[in-house]
Design a protein around this ligand. Structure first.
Ligand SMILES: [Fe+2]
Length: 474
């Protein structure tokens, strides 16, 4: 670690907070320590080792204590998680996955498939026709958010699964964050890792001072509270606090103009084959898997089945294993379409229904590109779950999920300014643009909106333990 003027809170550049060793730095450090201590101890309401000081009931405390500690995952760069969009990736799945398909299958799914394909025909064309217009992605100012979201805005956010919130953080503050990160990178030289290793565009940095300040920024937390409040519980005994966003340590991106190395094809975070294999995760799709027209009642914002879902059966490097309703980032640059930004499929419930039903069907002729219902058949004979793998992300492309017409439906996030935030629902298909054609950096800090749950509290505990040991988050 270089630089005399830095106070190092932990041991490695990948998981340390570094704060100037000045009078001001000392007070910032104290404030951050106090803030973090409060967040970790109060947000979790855990006090698992402090009997009597927790707001948890004894039953809740018992459940919390039982949340097992996580094993340290393999250190991996972000792209280790993806299969370079090989459409044959899931051919590697063991034969038992054919049994899983047969176990879930019943005839009612055929009618559901027929209806979903019919709806997709209309919806994909609608989105494609709007694609060039910035209004596809709901956009609200922080002031509007504070005043209360209108029914129309809520409906649009829920339909698309994505929202742009502007002006919660001033441009000056966001740009100062970026500058402090650059200073940190310069000060730590070769200790800072990223992808690609010879010229990082995405950094394996989780706890720089700027990231911690951003994660605890009052307006960012208020934005998160509002977005988490769009979720609800169908089971009143669900142990979740949607009013309490917690800190999830994630990376940052400072992508240079011209870069083509950091690109991610269409994918969905938070598990892959687990969506079908884990019985608790599968409960999230009960209405879809009920068959016939029940898929129309699928509720993407019901948190009750999500809190039990295991999204990470194979302890995959880079797999998010907690319940993260909204993935998100906060911009540190002025960035628009084709400047290395995010693209999303602004279609939530319908795309989810299609994704969940897709493994049960195959084209009647393997070389056929027809999307017509009549040209597809039920196929339970093989373990193929298109785009799904064990210990990998859920990937989608024109071959694996042709009815989504991703080539023309993936929609770029419109112009963002430093301090603007984007959030997308955990089931939303998203990608990172192949090429950054802009003239200046395209930079974000990944900051999701994550609520307090018993399982997530266990993650906070482990995240703290790892942080104190100077390790990346578990
Ligand atoms: Fe992602």
């Amino acid at each position: 670690m270089r630089g005399k003027n830095w106070y190092i809170l932990s041991q490695t550049a990948t998981s340390s907070d570094v704060i100037p060793k000045t009078k001001d730095g000392d007070s910032v450090r104290r404030e951050m320590h106090t803030k973090m201590k409060w967040r970790i101890e109060c947000e979790m309401s855990l006090s698992a080792n402090k009997k009597g000081s927790s707001s948890l009931t004894s039953r809740e405390r018992e459940r919390y204590i039982k949340v097992p500690s996580r094993a340290q995952k393999n250190d991996g760069a972000i792209l280790d998680f993806f299969s370079t969009l090989d459409p044959n990736v899931s051919h590697d799945l063991p034969a038992r996955f054919a049994d899983l398909k047969a176990q879930i299958w019943h005839k009612g799914l055929l009618q559901a498939w027929k209806e979903v394909l019919a709806e997709l025909e209309t919806e994909t064309e609608r989105i494609a026709s709007l694609g060039a217009k910035p209004k596809v992605i709901p956009r609200i100012s922080y002031e509007e958010l504070r005043a209360g979201l209108s029914k129309d805005v809520i409906a649009k956010v829920k339909q698309t699964g994505v929202v742009l919130v502007t002006s919660a953080v001033s441009k000056e503050e966001a740009l100062a964050w970026k500058e402090s990160i650059r200073q940190y990178i310069r000060s730590n030289g070769n200790l800072v890792r990223g992808f690609p290793s010879d010229d990082p565009q995405i950094y394996e940095l989780y706890n720089t001072q700027a990231q911690t300040l951003a994660r605890t920024h009052p307006a960012i937390l208020e934005t998160q509270r509002t977005l988490l409040s769009l979720w609800h519980t169908s089971d009143t005994s669900t142990q979740i606090n949607l009013h309490t966003p917690i800190s999830y340590f994630d990376r940052l991106r400072i992508r240079k103009p011209g870069d083509t190395s950091f690109t991610l094809g269409p994918h969905i975070d938070g598990g892959s084959i687990e969506r079908w294999e884990d019985p608790n995760f599968r409960e999230c799709w009960n209405k879809i898997l009920e068959g016939n027209s029940s898929w129309r009642e699928h509720d993407s914002f019901d948190a009750s089945p999500r809190v039990r879902a295991n999204q990470d059966l194979y302890n995959a490097a880079n797999q998010c294993s907690i319940f993260r309703p909204w993935q998100g980032w906060t911009s540190m640059s002025t960035t628009k379409e084709n400047e290395g930004t995010l693209r999303v499929l602004p279609m939530l419930s319908l795309a989810t229904a299609y994704l969940i039903l897709r493994p049960f069907f195959q084209p009647r002729q393997s070389e056929s590109y027809s999307l017509r219902f009549e040209d597809w058949k039920v196929d339970l004979s093989n373990p193929l779950f298109p785009g799904s793998g064990m210990g990998k992300g859920q990937e989608l492309n024109e071959s694996t999920h042709p009815h989504l017409k991703l080539e023309k439906t993936m929609t770029a996030i419109p112009m963002v300014e430093p301090g603007d935030q984007i959030y997308w629902h955990c089931d939303v298909v998203h990608a990172v643009e192949y090429q950054h054609k802009g003239m200046s950096d395209s930079s974000v800090m990944y900051i999701p909106a994550v609520p307090l749950t018993i399982h997530n509290a266990g993650y906070l505990r482990d995240q703290r333990i790892h942080f104190e040991k100077g390790l990346p988050a578990p």
